[in-house]
Design a binder for this molecule. Structure first.
Ligand code: AMP
Ligand code: GLY
Length: 417
């Protein structure tokens, strides 16, 4: 019966894709999104409540008899939105604050993996600059240096030289702009990366389709690390064998480990994995849907996403069905991103686009769509092959007129060229 009311918390492309998937559900009658954005507004009623304003969100959910709340961003998880909703008897899909530590604390994740033999890069954690530098300068390059705390995917430096490594350590441990923190120095893992997102409910794991993200800002994987400049699904290098290994040696043992540690995980467990010569290994876990991966994964889900969220909250079994279609999405980002950039630049031509367009950071101003964030739009093409999907996305991007945007034209290059 189409009678469920859902609240999606968040405003980016990932939330747009979640809203889009919920809009296809046979059960969902009404979708609210807090705060949403100009694109999401076409499919959901956007309400002006910030993602960390938990008290107001709880009150909204109660007043509007929301059947299910779905959380997009880590910021909301980190302030304990799931704990608060659950205490109030409201149904919410996402991990508790304690379980979300698998993302918010690199050290928590690393300790868990070491204790339960989950394959990952070796590491050392440091709080003092001198000790960290002493360690790094005596090790081979590249040096992988991670700030321990939420840094929206930007607190990672893969340094090719000792100068670069030293600068990163100084930034993270001596510069107040990062806050008082710690760093984790990791072994460098070589191989293709892929994102394996699974809906998890305690020990139960419901795998989603594979995706690959492109983290660097510019073509040829040059430039700074970003939140992600494009993605595609499926991922050819992830064979059935690789997937089975990642599921059985990484995702299921991690779900079980969280239960054993007394912090059962309910929500999306995102495994950021590298396929090394010794098999898949974890580079990071996230406690939420990936962005931009979600925009190429959820459109391939043929079964009802409401069922999946609902089943996960109750720990019920739930089968998923996926389309064979290939999806490839390209992010249009504000010039200057991931550094500083202008906002409020008018975007035109969106009506000419045949690809799916997910709004990542847009707003409406005087009836026009304008840029309102670092990553602005994700244009997702589809087709029988990834090549077809990329052609469609790039063709459609050429229709979009906006002075303030740039994009990568080589998304999928590792499998297409
Ligand atoms: P993260 O935020 O931990 O996903 O790291 C951002 C990016 O840095 C990853 O997508 C990888 O490309 C790279 N990276 C992180 N850790 C490692 C590692 N141990 N070995 C090689 N590359 C890494
Ligand atoms: N695309 C990487 C992330 O969501 O963290």
């Amino acid at each position: 019966m189409k009678n469920k009311k859902v609240l999606v918390v968040g405003s980016g492309g990932r939330c747009h894709a979640i809203v889009d998937a919920l809009a296809r559900s046979e059960q969902v009658e009404k979708i609210y999104c807090a705060p949403g954005n100009a694109g999401i507004a076409a499919q959901a009623e956007c309400v002006k409540i910030g993602v960390e304003d938990v008290e107001t969100l709880v009150e909204f959910a109660r007043r509007n008899a929301i059947d299910l709340t779905v959380v997009g961003p880590e910021a909301a998880l980190a302030v304990g939105i799931v704990d608060s909703f659950t205490e109030e008897g409201l149904r919410i899909f996402g991990p508790t604050k304690a379980a979300a530590q698998i993302e918010s604390s690199k050290e928590f994740a690393k300790r868990l993996m070491a204790k339960y033999d989950i394959p990952t890069a070796g590491y050392e954690a440091f709080e003092e600059y001198e000790a960290a530098w002493e360690y790094v300068k005596n090790r081979p390059l590249p040096a992988v240096i991670k700030y321990d705390g939420l840094a929206a995917g930007k607190g990672v430096v893969v340094a090719e030289s000792y100068e670069e490594a030293d600068e990163a350590l100084k930034d993270m441990l001596l510069d107040a702009s990062f806050g008082k923190g710690r760093v984790v120095v990791e072994d460098f893992l070589a191989g293709p990366e892929f994102s394996f997102m699974c809906v998890v409910s305690g020990e139960k794991v419901y795998p989603l389709a594979m995706a690959q993200d492109h983290k660097r800002a510019y073509d040829g994987d040059k430039g700074a690390n970003t939140g992600g400049m494009g993605a595609y699904s499926p991922v050819p290098c992830v064979t059935e064998e690789v997937r089975a290994y990642a599921l059985e040696k990484i995702m299921i043992p991690t779900a079980k480990a969280m239960v054993a540690e007394g912090v059962p995980f309910v929500g999306v467990l995102y495994g950021g994995l590298i396929l090394t010569d010794e098999g898949a290994k974890v580079i990071e876990f996230n406690a939420r849907f990936g962005d931009p991966e979600t925009e190429v994964v959820l459109p391939r889900l043929k079964s009802d996403i409401y069922d999946l969220f609902d089943a996960a909250i109750d720990g019920r079994d739930c089968a998923t069905e996926w389309s064979d279609e290939a999806l490839l999405g390209v992010v249009l980002a504000s010039k200057g991103y991931p550094g500083s950039y202008a906002k409020g630049v008018v975007i035109e031509g969106l009506e000419k686009v045949e690809s799916a367009v997910y709004h990542m950071g847009t707003a409406e101003k005087e009836g026009k769509v304008v840029t309102a964030g670092g990553r602005v739009l994700m244009v997702v093409g589809r087709g029988a092959t990834l090549g077809d999907a990329r052609e469609m996305a790039l063709r459609d991007i050429a229709q979009i007129e906006c002075d303030g945007l740039f994009h990568r034209s080589d998304i999928g290059h590792k499998v297409l060229n």
